[in-house]
Ligand binder design. Structure first.
Ligand SMILES: *Cc1c(COP(=O)(O)O)cnc(C)c1O
Length: 368
């Protein structure tokens, strides 16, 4: 049996209703900003429960423009999680700030107990990453934000519709950054992202930053960027957004099944699934004994398992002179034992069972 990782052919292969929307859209020529994007922004802010939403060209730029809004610049420090995807770090680097890592815990989110120690006078923002779709402890993080007067930018790229104590990720901080990259839970056909906020001031300025600081065709109020979302992608976004809740529900139920069945296998440990969190499983990760052999075995058996990530970002080349192996022991430990299995909304029950069966078989033969 084959268990592929990417489900995009299934999601978009027979999207007749989307093609119809696109056929209506193209002759209008409304390709830059425009109506479909406004509708997508409204739809998305309604979905997550924020006052405002600003469509941008990627999740990376959603973070970058948020940092620009609070005027982060060279000499400033920004705290984020040591196990995050490179994009979080790239956005911080783009505004010239120093990246200050903090280790994660076994939920894959930033360890809130370790944040305070990383704060100093230069700390100008904290970016918790809701990694894998698990939502960080936002209660504690907002307390830290208040006490130290440091704004929070949530990297919610992996956690669309995830919640902490029933509040949706991305809506706690000053801004929340989302991505609609084809591999994210809500996806379009290319790069796209969204910034959500409840601050009118943030909304107004970030909207300008997104489009060269242009108030209108002839008036430039500040120097910004070309970070506009491609309006064609907004058409795709408007098509997929009514499916968002179902996508989350399906992933959660798939993960529940895998958690239950895989936990019975000697050799597999299920990571911490925090009680107050609705984890939306952008990534389904477990801890595995003899991980590399299991990975190879699964791939040989047709299951496209992966590792997110074999080398943590803080140990990659750009950080060699700043950090060294062992600085973030939980992240390091994870890198050795994590394995990701497909968990998406298009998997069949048979495919899920096949994952369980294959893992079981591996450990039976491994022990013999
Ligand atoms: C995908 C992702 C991003 C960036 O999104 P892009 O749209 O690819 O720029 C940022 N942070 C995390 C954790 C992500 O997974």
């Amino acid at each position: 049996m084959k268990v592929r990782y990417s489900y995009l052919p299934q999601q978009f292969g027979k999207a007749d209703s989307l093609w119809k929307k696109l056929k209506n859209f193209v002759p209008k020529g409304d390709f830059t900003l425009g109506k479909e994007l406004e509708i997508f922004e409204k739809n998305f802010s309604k979905l997550v429960g924020s006052k405002y939403a600003i469509g941008v060209n990627s999740g990376t730029d959603a973070i970058k423009l948020s940092l620009k809004y609070i005027d982060i610049k060279a000499g400033d420090e920004v705290i984020t999680a040591a196990n995050t995807f490179v994009a979080t770090v790239g956005a911080i680097n783009e505004v010239g700030a120093k990246i200050k890592f903090v280790d994660c815990d076994d939920s894959f989110c930033i360890d809130v107990k370790k944040i305070k120690k990383a704060i100093n006078k230069k700390t100008k923002a904290i970016i918790p990453v809701h990694f894998t779709g698990c939502v960080s402890n936002m209660e504690e993080i907002m307390k830290i934000s208040k006490n130290f007067k440091i704004p929070i930018i949530e990297d919610a790229c992996q956690s669309i519709l995830g919640t902490y104590k029933n509040k949706i990720s991305g809506t706690f901080g000053l801004t929340g950054a989302f991505s609609f990259h084809p591999l994210k839970n809500i996806n379009v056909w290319s790069d796209a992202g969204m910034i959500v906020t409840n601050s009118k001031a943030a909304y107004k300025k970030i909207k300008l930053l997104r489009n060269h600081g242009l108030v209108n065709r002839d008036v430039v109020n500040l120097l910004g960027y070309n970070s506009r979302m491609d309006t064609l992608q907004a058409v795709v976004g408007n098509w997929i957004i009514p499916k968002a809740k179902e996508i989350a529900t399906k992933r959660i139920s798939n993960a529940k099944f895998l958690d239950k069945e895989l936990s019975k296998i000697n050799g597999i440990n299920i990571p911490k699934r925090p009680k107050n969190v609705r984890h939306v499983f952008h990534l389904y990760i477990v801890f595995a004994k003899n991980r590399n052999s299991l990975l190879n075995y699964c791939i040989k058996k047709g299951i496209e398992a992966k590792i997110h990530y074999p080398t943590p970002i803080y140990r990659q080349k750009p950080f060699h002179s700043i950090y060294r192996k062992g600085d973030f022991p939980v992240t390091d430990e994870h890198a050795k034992k994590i394995i990701s299995f497909p968990c998406d909304q298009h998997l069949s029950k048979d495919q899920l069972s096949y994952i369980v069966k294959t893992v079981k078989k591996f450990y039976e033969s491994y022990e013999n």
